[in-house]
Design a protein around this ligand. Structure first.
Ligand code: NAP
Length: 360
């Protein structure tokens, strides 16, 4: 690894995750911010630093895709909602790598068609695509796989996310992807429902692959609790009678019988759940638990500092998504054999604070 090498990098979309990614690109000692793609007149033509409360960078935001591609960046950190696979293929084919928090963590089994499209684009452009993030993109597969290295027999690996989502301001993610604030009927008929399931099977399949196995049985379970009264949130009012808590559980069983479980508890109230029709017993309002069961039993709890306010916890938790993506940029740009790169293909993604390397 050459820690002095530099990478021309673009931040594509500056929502909740993209803003964090932009801050990290500006701060990263090996990255040069060369462009920022935005989606509204309000945000276009502004200095990238000022957009995220930092000193001016001299880089001006644009809505113009061609202008961004003409910069010939090494890598684009691609964080829009929704994402566009045709657009991603164009970027990759044109010779620019992509790191994204969008669902391409291990798409090979769940979405072979898109996998083929993007793999071909990577091969044409000599580029790599890597999906990162926090969950999926960290808790769901990277960290459990790391802890699996401490184990002998593995019976079950469970990853659980607890999320008080009231302060997460992405309408697209909260209302469309997470189904919060929808009536049960609307949630049932949400066209993205099938895709949401496959997003959770992707990290399950990546873990199985990392353990040298494959998934032979799949199961899913969904239950929810309705809001009993209107609840004010960063994405507007969650009305009484709409979903105020969603509990998803996706399970894959490997050929050898190991269960891999992805569980999400997303809700729009505080831990008392006093404004919901009933409450679910969970250990804390926000954070993640990795539970590995076998002849070694590990419980790894990850949370942003408990003494922070809930809005601070949400802001920091969401920032990790963008930071994790950006920290992968050098390794993604340098990975050999163009294609879709998962954590199983890349070196360990670390933070980067300087450009020193001890001579060995
Ligand atoms: N893996 C993980 O852990 C993880 C966690 C959270 C989110 N995500 C993913 O990260 C992505 C960004 O999430 P977010 O929370 O930042 O969402 P967000 O706050 O809603 O931001 C999305 C951004 O997309 C841009 N946009 C607006 N209209 C668009 C359109 N019609 N088509 C495409 N993009 C448009 C906007 O950029 P400008 O503001 O620059 O105009 C907007 O701010 C999502 O795809 C989400 O699924 C992943």
């Amino acid at each position: 690894m050459d820690v002095t090498k530099r990478y021309r990098t673009v931040a594509w979309a500056t929502g909740v995750v993209g803003s964090a990614a932009l801050k990290r690109i500006i701060a990263h000692p090996q990255l040069d911010l060369v462009g920022v793609k935005v989606y509204s007149d309000d945000k276009a033509g502004r200095d990238a630093g000022e957009l995220v409360g930092l000193p001016p960078t001299g880089v001006v935001t644009t809505m113009d895709v061609d202008e961004i591609l003409a910069l010939r960046p090494d890598c684009i950190v691609y964080s829009p909602m929704p994402w566009d696979t045709a657009e991603m293929a164009r970027i990759l084919r044109g010779g620019t790598h992509i790191v994204t928090p969008c669902p391409f963590w291990f798409p090979f089994i769940q979405d072979p068609e898109t996998t083929a499209l993007l793999t071909e684009a990577c091969r044409d452009g000599g580029t790599n695509l890597h999906a990162s993030g926090t969950n999926p993109g960290g808790i769901a597969e990277r960290f459990p796989l790391t802890f699996s290295g401490w184990c002998n027999r593995i019976d079950r690996i469970t990853m659980t996310e607890y999320g008080d989502c009231r302060d997460y301001g992405s309408v697209g993610v909260i209302r469309e992807l997470m189904n919060l604030g929808k009536t049960p009927e609307e949630a049932m008929n949400n066209p993205i429902k099938e895709a949401l399931t496959s997003f959770w099977y992707e990290p399950i399949e990546m873990i199985a692959e990392g353990l040298g196995s494959e998934i032979v049985d799949y199961a899913q379970h969904h239950d929810f609790i309705l809001a009993a009264e209107p609840i004010e949130t960063a994405v507007g009012t969650i009305e009484a009678g709409t979903i105020g808590l969603n509990h998803y559980r996706h399970v894959g069983r490997t050929r050898e019988g190991t269960e891999i479980v992805q569980e999400q508890v997303w809700f729009m109230d505080d831990l008392s759940m006093g404004r919901l029709e009933s409450r679910m017993d969970i250990p804390r309002a926000s954070g993640w638990r990795i539970h590995v069961e076998g002849d070694v039993e590990l419980v790894v709890d990850v949370e942003v500092a408990p003494d922070l306010t809930q809005p601070e916890k949400t802001a920091q938790g969401m920032s990790t998504v963008g930071f994790h993506c950006v920290n992968a940029v050098p390794d993604v740009c340098d990975a050999p054999d163009p294609g879709i790169k998962t954590y199983l293909d890349l070196p360990m993604t670390t933070g980067r604070i300087g450009t020193h390397r001890t001579r060995r």
